[in-house]
Ligand binder design. Structure first.
Ligand SMILES: NC(=O)NCCC(=O)O
Ligand SMILES: [Zn+2]
Ligand SMILES: [Zn+2]
Length: 470
């Protein structure tokens, strides 16, 4: 089956040019100014950008959290992702202390196998690094799970201690994996939370006030120093504030292999949202929390100057009615997280490229290419090149629309970006050469997404900003 996409403008992390793309057997097989050979289908993309499919490095689908389950599973979550221009996700596989890691991985394969409509990989959560864990990890890395996640917060739930983090870093260096951290000081937060509750401070805003930016900065700096000590590699998820960016920048200055991700919500929403009346602030409860507005500018600049590298959605959706309201009388019971998977790509294009904060090539780098490089997917994913997977977004850069829960495809009863006007919209989305979204309609098939057996971490695969500073 041959397809040709004609007359579009191909945009990668480094180039922008008009070309036709030939797709054969799910791969890009030729790119040329004009392709006139026979094809089963010719798609006219005049006026559209052709982007490599978005890669979302940070999702939680079908995940138990805060006494409930995320509202989106692998079917609804990946359909929404595809509508939004994302063709690969890497989801967090939660593990249980004392149980074989493989059991948890099997559970995640069960959740995803017959449901995903785009390709997906797993990061593996580590809460302990025992001899059993050490024995199991080489086989797991060999099977394509090449990143480990350590939570430095959520005391008595997910939180791991520094010994575990350090052992994870050492093992990651030996095995060729990348350690990811949720960097907040969970012990300090636990103290502040207990103090707030004791004083009767139960509203959603206290979620933000008990998780100060200093607690994120401290944990980020600690993780970065341990990375240097272990001569390992670290990826800090959902960076929100100056205190954390400074620690990442300082570590990188010292030559440590440390990278940082932020999310669209931290670039566009702020702490005041948690103070909305009638408990509406609960919709905006993330950990780390939304920060004071001045951090937004700082995060955009950190993306622009290469102190932060990637954009994750941190998709972790809970309905306002029936889930977020578990915390009506106690903010600690509000399930943490929000629905972002569908809007990550468009919000970054609209708020970033259209508003002149980042270039169109930097946009591609942040939403796709760098993630592919860091997480062992490049060059099959993360670019449009001969030989790469035909994961392609046909994108109208001038379409205008307003984000709303009434039109989104996530299985959740609110949108964190309700009422936000965005410019630019995916029209059609192909995953390995097959349409998943065609003319804004879902035409994919649950179960068509493939598990991504990722390559080991490769520190020689430099990211664009690192080349630029050589
Ligand atoms: N971020 C958040 O609030 N929920 C998802 C879990 C996590 O990433 O910490
Ligand atoms: Zn987290
Ligand atoms: Zn997360």
């Amino acid at each position: 089956m041959k397809k040709i996409i004609k007359n579009g403008t191909v945009v990668t992390a480094t180039d922008q040019y008009e070309a036709d793309i030939l797709i054969e057997n799910g791969k890009v097989s030729a790119i040329a100014a004009s392709l006139n050979e026979d094809a089963d289908e010719v798609i006219d993309a005049k006026g559209a950008f052709l982007f490599p499919g978005g890669i979302d490095p940070h999702t939680h689908l079908d995940m138990p959290f805060g006494g409930t389950m995320t509202a989106d599973d692998y079917e609804t979550g990946t359909i929404a992702a595809a509508y939004g221009g994302t063709t690969s996700i890497i989801d967090f596989c939660l593990t249980n202390k004392g149980e074989p890691l493989q059991n948890a991985i099997n559970v995640w394969h069960e959740k995803s196998r017959d449901k995903a409509v785009i390709d997906y990989g797993f990061h593996l959560q580590l809460t302990e690094v025992t001899d059993d864990v050490l024995n199991e990890l080489p086989g797991i890395v060999e099977n394509g799970i090449t990143s480990f996640k350590v939570f430095m917060a959520y005391k008595n739930v997910f939180q791991a201690d520094d010994e575990t983090l350090f052992k994870a870093l050492v093992t990651a260096r030996e095995q060729g994996a990348l350690v990811m951290v949720h960097a907040e000081n969970g012990d300090v937060i636990d103290f502040l939370v207990k103090d707030a509750l004791q004083k009767g401070n139960t509203d959603p805003i206290y979620h933000a006030l008990t998780r100060p930016p200093e607690a994120e900065g401290e944990a980020t700096g600690r993780a970065a120093e341990l990375t240097g000590l272990a001569d390992s590699q670290l990826y800090v998820v959902h960076v929100t504030c100056q205190e954390a960016v400074e620690k990442i920048a300082a570590a990188r200055e010292k030559g440590y292999r440390v990278w940082g991700e932020t999310c669209p919500q931290y670039l566009t929403l702020d702490q005041s949202y948690l103070a909305k009346p009638d408990f509406e602030g609960a919709k905006y409860v993330w950990s780390p929390p939304l920060r004071e507005k001045h951090n937004q500018d700082l995060l955009w600049k950190a993306l622009k100057n290469g102190q932060l590298q990637t954009i994750g959605s941190d998709q972790c959706s809970f309905n306002f009615n029936g889930q977020k309201d578990l915390g009506k009388d106690d903010f600690t019971k509000i399930p943490n997280g929000g629905p972002i998977i569908e809007d990550r790509f468009s919000v970054m294009f609209s708020e970033g490229v259209k508003k002149g904060r980042i270039s169109i090539n930097e946009f591609v780098d942040m939403v796709s290419t760098r993630t592919a490089k860091l997480f062992g997917l490049f060059p099959e994913k993360g670019t449009i090149a001969v030989g790469s997977d035909a994961d392609i977004v046909i994108f109208d850069p001038n379409a205008e629309r307003t984000i709303s829960a009434s039109t989104h495809h996530m299985n959740v009863d609110y949108s964190a970006f309700e009422g936000m006007k965005v410019t630019g919209e995916p029209i059609s989305v192909l995953s390995r050469g097959e349409f998943v979204i065609r003319d804004k309609q879902f035409v994919g098939k649950p179960g068509s997404g493939q598990f991504l057996k990722r390559k080991r971490f490769n520190s020689n695969l430099q990211l664009s900003e690192e080349k630029a500073t050589q």
